[in-house]
Write a protein that binds this ligand. Structure first.
Ligand code: FAD
Length: 390
């Protein structure tokens, strides 16, 4: 018998991660191991996550908006941000969602498209985890096609009045600030909405079988009156929210691999200890064929993620390349989670092991930030020049 190697160790991807990025990654890995991993099964089972407390701790760790520059943000490389997402999602996709929505959607929208006043008001508190943000784009009848949105903002003197409903909004019920996208006479515009504004409410969505350790909410805007300074001055049309989604999707390219790695490592360990017909499950050829194939997909996904990370750090990453990464890595991560579940047998369905929790979470990750089909269409358009969305 030889000493077993971890799946990514076999690929040698560690050599592709430089010192600074590695130090950040290790700090996040330690935080996840010590602070969140032991609690996660309970949070998932009870569908309750101490989001405010966690946000402050994540703020201290420096991961909220970590790849943004200034206003209290750490200004790390994009690759370091991706690696942090990977470690967070190795714990649970819900934890990574909290960080992605905060940093890549809500903070990025303000950082990229906001006024100086909006940036100064919100970003330092959001980076510290003292204010949680959410991002309201999806509506009950418009998910993949946000251009159809019904939420409207109309002028009333110098003010705006916003009416509408957003659906499936991560962090909604625990947020201090919501970035809400609405139709106006001048096209789709973004608004920074303090959640204590009269007319705003965010009932939590319950009965979820996926991302249970994440707050998901409806946003109801009923005659919400905002000053003219609440509009994001730089974002006009759908390109505003799509630029934010592109940031969050990049984090998912890495993040999904964290869930897959955790499933695979758990399963390798399990199969070495589980005796079946008098020998370890790991010693059967059928098991090793599955483990080898899953390791290939995990390693290929990691190489792709690191490549896209380098392109982003060089400011050369294109949206269709992010689609390639999200499509492949989430699809393969879900495949790995499901295959691992088979190897755990009945234990595979228990919360004592993280595998089915990850598999269930990845069903949401497959759907949000652009469904797999939407990313296939983005790649298809890049390949053929023909848009086939409608
Ligand atoms: P639909 O758009 O109705 O899609 C249904 C099916 O049709 C899918 O299989 C889809 O791929 C397919 N389809 C769609 N268009 C086409 C086409 N042109 N050709 C072929 N097939 C197509 N949204 C936010 O704004 N903010 C958030 O914070 C947020 N968090 C979320 C958290 C969770 C847990 C979940 C589950 C969702 C979240 N979402 C959020 C919403 C998410 O982005 C949408 O669910 C997603 O965009 C898909 O939209 P939909 O659910 O309306 O599905």
């Amino acid at each position: 018998m030889t000493d077993p190697q971890p799946p990514l160790g076999l690929f040698g991807t560690e050599d592709l991660i430089d010192g600074d990025d590695r130090a950040i990654r290790d700090a996040v890995r330690d935080f996840v191991r010590d602070r969140v991993r032991p609690q996660l099964p309970d949070w998932f089972e009870q569908a309750r996550i101490p989001a405010r407390e966690l946000a402050r701790e994540l703020g201290k760790l420096g991961v909220l908006g970590m790849h943004l520059e200034g206003y209290g943000c750490a200004g790390t490389s994009a690759t370091a941000y991706g690696l942090a997402c990977l470690e967070l999602e190795a714990a649970d996709s819900g934890l990574r969602s909290l960080v992605s929505v905060q940093g890549s959607l809500a903070m990025f929208a303000i950082w990229r498209w906001g006024s100086e006043e909006q940036k100064r008001e919100w970003l330092p508190r959001m980076a510290a985890g003292e204010a949680i943000g959410c991002f309201g784009l999806t509506e009950p009848d418009f998910g993949s096609n946000p251009a159809g949105m019904r939420t409207r903002a109309r002028r009333d003197g110098d003010d705006w009045i916003v009416d509408g409903t957003k659906m499936w909004i991560t962090n909604g019920s625990v947020a201090e600030v919501a970035v809400v996208w609405a139709r106006t006479e001048e096209g789709i515009r973004g608004f920074v909405v303090p959640t204590d504004t009269p007319g705003f409410s965010a009932p939590e969505i319950t009965k979820k079988l996926s991302l249970r350790a994440s707050v998901t909410s409806e946003l109801v805007l009923d005659g919400v009156r905002l000053p003219s300074s609440a509009m994001l001055p730089g974002a006009r049309g759908l390109s505003g929210p799509l630029s934010c989604l592109n940031e969050a999707r990049f984090g998912i390219v890495f993040g999904a691999l964290g869930a897959a790695r955790d499933c695979l490592e758990t399963t390798i360990e399990y199969s070495r200890n589980r005796e079946i017909f008098g020998k370890p499950l790991a010693a059967y050829q059928a098991t090793q064929l599955k483990l080898a194939d899953m390791t290939l997909e995990l390693g290929k996904g990691m190489l792709l993620a690191l490549h896209l990370g380098r392109l982003k750090d060089a400011h050369r990453l294109r949206p269709e390349q992010v689609s390639l990464g999200k499509l492949n890595n989430v699809r393969e991560a879900l495949g790995i989670a499901r295959e691992c579940r088979t190897l755990l047998g009945a234990n595979g369905i228990s919360l004592e092991y993280p595998v089915m929790r990850h598999a269930n979470n990845l069903e949401s990750v497959l759907t949000y930030e652009g469904t797999s089909e939407v990313h296939q269409l983005v790649v298809g358009q890049a390949l053929t020049g023909h848009g086939a969305f409608r």
